[in-house]
Design a protein around this ligand. Sequence first.
Ligand SMILES: [Zn+2]
Ligand SMILES: [Zn+2]
Length: 464
Amino acid sequence: MELLNVYKDLCKNDRWYNAYCSTGENSNGKILFFLNTNYRNLWVFEAGYNVFKEIENIGRDQWIHNENHGEEKEKQHTVNMLRSKIFSRAANKYYRNKKGLTFGDMLEGNFSKEERWIIIYLTILNGYFANMPNYIKIRSNDIVNMMEKRGINKKDYIDMLKDFIDSCDIGDTEIYMHDYLYFDSFYKNFEDIDFLQVFINASDAERTKLKEYVKSQPKNREITKKETCTISYKYKSTGSYVKSTLIDNAKIQYFSLILLNDTYEDYKSFIDYALKKYSEIYKGIDIKKIKKFIDSHEAVYKLIYEEVFNIVKYSLNFREEKEVNEQEVNLNEKIDDTDASSFDKYNKVSTVLKKLAKTNSNYRCELEDFFGCQYFTSKESHRNYVEVHHLIPRAVGNDFENSLEVVENYVTLCPHCHRLLHFGEDVERKPALHNLYLKRKELLHEKGLDISEKELKDYYLIEN
Ligand SMILES: [Zn+2]
Ligand SMILES: [Zn+2]
């Protein structure tokens, strides 16, 4: 069957049409688009930041209420701002953390639009959108895997993205002649047709015919009800998938694929590489100026780099704790963990709490009744060797008003059970997590940490 006929037939299917025109949580319009379904394009961070700055340190009950929307006008931005760790929350108020202050410095720094883009991108890299820690990196790896399954290698896909970005100046209708648009639109098989695969397998002449057809179609579904066209409707000029969103999508994917799948000698070579690659796209940007800005906020960017590449591991600590002076430690303070200097503070608090958690559990694994754990004796403590795990992962601390650094969130585990929770198959992690959740649910609630089991499973990336 010809590509164009396959496409026309599918467009008559309302389910297919709606699935590909929507970016909703359960719609098909998600996987390739997914890299920024949660923020549409990077500029929302500027808009969100400015809204948030206005309500900084103002109690939520005093926010402006919008009668039409029912919710506070500011609320729509809260998730992005918290999950990109630009703002933190405490006692029902939002405040700029160190990363947020850096973001503000960038806005006031007289950077051009293109210069700001790369700084924003680097700033949100360690965000955890869609409940997924390190979201951008995980999703960019998903894209590579999905393309390779269809026989498109990483390099070819990157070339396609680059070509699309390089031709940003093309008109709105010419955009329909780009393969990238079709990749962005049909990444997932629907019912029994994987349209992207059919597209990939078609000849150039077949593809051109399809693209010419899409280009010629009106962009309003009301007009096109009989002879409908999914793509031209999806990318209609008034829709949410306008050209600028598409280009931003392509840029995010491009940078994620070239930056996040590589290894770097150190933080500096990562930044240099990112800026070098960016300057290949925008010749007019002032690399030195951007570099100087990033250098002067090194503590923030270094931590982002270390989190993105898993260089710092908060929870899987195999060594026993060194002694700290407990007098020096303030357990009630919520730590701003958005720059590298908070590390020392965090380590001290964590050391005290780990020791307390072990004592509370009498040096036994909290999954003992479930797995029947075995112990050996630690030469340091002369007790059972046990480790401590954050039940609610530290990376998602910004989702909570109250600090996660409380003994109620510290779970004592034997090495077997601890590694199981981090590295096991979902089918084995799920009952273990369920068991711990039941034990801690009430205790966490008493500390103002309310979480459902579903939310907790989402944080562990366990599919239901
Ligand atoms: Zn752990
Ligand atoms: Zn155990």
